[in-house]
Write a protein that binds this ligand. Sequence first.
Ligand code: NAP
Length: 225
Amino acid sequence: MNDKVVLITGAKGGLGTSVTQRFLAAGATVIGASRTISNDDFPAPNFTALPVDFTKSAAVRDAVESIVARHGKLDVLVHVLGGFAGGQSVAETDDATWDQMRDLNLTSAFYILRAAIPHLRKSGKGRIVAIGSLAAAEPHAGLAAYVTFKSALATLVRTVALENRDAGLTANVILPGTMDTPANRKSMPGADFAKWLQPAAVADLALWLAAEDSGHLTGLTIPIE
Ligand SMILES: NC(=O)c1ccc[n+]([C@@H]2O[C@H](COP(=O)([O-])OP(=O)(O)OC[C@H]3O[C@@H](n4cnc5c(N)ncnc54)[C@H](OP(=O)(O)O)[C@@H]3O)[C@@H](O)[C@H]2O)c1
């Protein structure tokens, strides 16, 4: 990854931290983005923090342009950002939950894909890796807003794969099961943490999909648990 410029969204979250560390260790020039991220979060010479709210269209476009202005190109987008809410049936789901799940899991992806694709196409070996959810591979009672927008995310990314094959740009979606993150440990203290997926395993898969050698793999949704 030594010559690659990589943008990671949701970079300081439970999974994003592992993904960011993995790409930094692989030698990539990593731009880690979230609303509150700073350079102190990942003290490494090849890391740059990019504070941005991905639910704001113009801010996302400006963020991508700032990356290309500074680094000259963009090779890889790892779109980790997402959010979870559950526990309500469709009949009980309030507007705020629906809107939040749409903005965090789908609209943010649309904004960053739209802004990044022209630059990723220029890379010649551009790579998009998005994080969906194993829970969204099928409908789940009580998770309507989450699974609806996560499954739409997978459709969006697979469409991007179809539209950009000609430019050597691949786009794939990883579908993780429940991960061993600090937030999950806090919200489910009685669970058997040993049964959960390690974020590092997801980070390894993301790195593999981002590699030049993975150019034959596109439009995939890959479950991992
Ligand atoms: N955790 C699981 O078990 C699990 C299972 C399956 C799939 N997933 C998926 O995996 C991904 C990562 O999950 P996670 O549990 O690691 O998430 P997380 O810990 O909640 O991290 C979310 C990250 O997104 C950033 N963020 C939130 N809202 C933002 C916004 N509007 N604009 C920019 N950045 C924003 C947060 O940082 P700031 O607060 O600084 O913005 C944070 O870095 C998500 O897509 C999630 O749906 C998770």
